[in-house]
Design a binder for this molecule. Structure first.
Ligand code: GLY
Length: 306
């Protein structure tokens, strides 16, 4: 292998309470194990980020796949993007309601379509035509989220429930990887924000906002309140700082400073360049993160300045 593989994952940035820490750390470790199995077999970074994200979509701890936040109508509506830093090919799905693993559909788009982005029924039709089984939306809805939505909708009328406060969960998941051939990739998947308007699309599945990958700059995945992140095209903003010669660690922290100062946003980011240098930062009290290299494996819920 020309490069030593690196894998970084995240599982949401917010004021995660103590009693949820263990599940989040376990979830990111499971995701790393799946992604690393690909990399250690000399597989592609693109496959590694897909497998890592699938594990977190399947884990109800996170706001991705089954167990995601519900929208205003009580439905799960999912967004995901995957991007290949070697070729700049990308695949994205938005507002899908019948896919357990939207990142799998995004990957099919990347690999098998001349297009980059599909939404709603068109995305589901594309997925079904390419061998991905559709489910009923009810299969993605869990009791915890029905109760969370009920509480939010009851409280929102008069108790100052601030949807964008860091105390409200933002458990969007993502992964960035470097493979032995020196290629990087990124993937991000989310159920979006609690009580969102039907059809609302967040940052996660938009190229350069919630996800980006280019071997010449960096692979990045963000998490947090999507609207401010979209306004700054934050993943691409961060990658551009790295192609200008800055270290990923610095660029990740700068991205969080910029997010807060420019648009009062909160969230987190993971970023990795083709030299294997990485950055992990958040401006929320906690962010679930994991890092694996040939030399070490680490995971936690705090990193850098918060
Ligand atoms: N970052 C996820 C969202 O706002 O949809």
């Amino acid at each position: 292998m020309a490069s030593n593989p690196v894998l970084v994952v995240h599982g949401g940035a917010w004021a995660m309470p103590d009693d949820m820490v263990e599940a989040h750390v376990r979830g990111v470790r499971n995701a790393m194990a799946a992604g690393w199995r690909v990399l250690e077999r000399e597989g592609a970074a693109l496959d590694a980020v897909e497998e890592a994200v699938v594990v977190m979509e399947d884990d109800e701890t996170f706001d991705a796949g089954r167990g995601s936040f519900l929208n205003r109508d009580g439905k799960v509506q999912l967004d995901a993007l995957i991007m290949d830093g070697a070729t700049l090919r990308a695949g994205g799905v938005g507002c899908v309601e019948r896919l357990r693993n939207p990142v799998r559909a995004a990957r099919k788009i990347l690999s098998e379509s001349p297009h980059v982005y599909f939404v709603a029924e068109g995305a589901e039709r594309f997925a079904a035509e390419h061998g991905i089984e559709l489910c009923r939306n009810e299969e993605l809805v869990i009791a915890r989220e029905v109760e969370r939505l009920r509480e939010y909708q009851t409280d929102a009328a008069g108790h100052g429930n601030d949807l964008f406060a860091p105390a409200i969960s933002h458990d969007t998941v993502g992964a960035v990887a470097l493979d032995g051939d020196g290629n990087i990739a990124a993937a991000t998947s989310t159920g979006g924000t609690l009580n969102k308007a039907p059809g609302r699309l967040g940052d996660s599945s938009l190229i350069g906002c919630g996800c980006y990958a280019d071997n010449l700059s960096a692979a990045a995945s963000t998490t947090g309140w999507g609207e401010p992140i979209m306004k700054l095209v934050l993943a691409k903003w961060t990658a551009d700082r790295i192609s200008a010669g800055n270290l990923p660690e610095w660029a990740a922290q700068e991205a969080m400073n910029y997010l807060q100062q420019r648009v009062n946003g909160h969230g987190g980011i993971i970023v990795l360049n083709a030299a294997g240098q990485f950055g992990i930062a958040h401006n929320t009290p906690r962010m679930a993160w994991g890092l694996k290299t040939v030399a070490k494996e680490e995971a936690g819920v705090e990193r850098g300045a918060a």
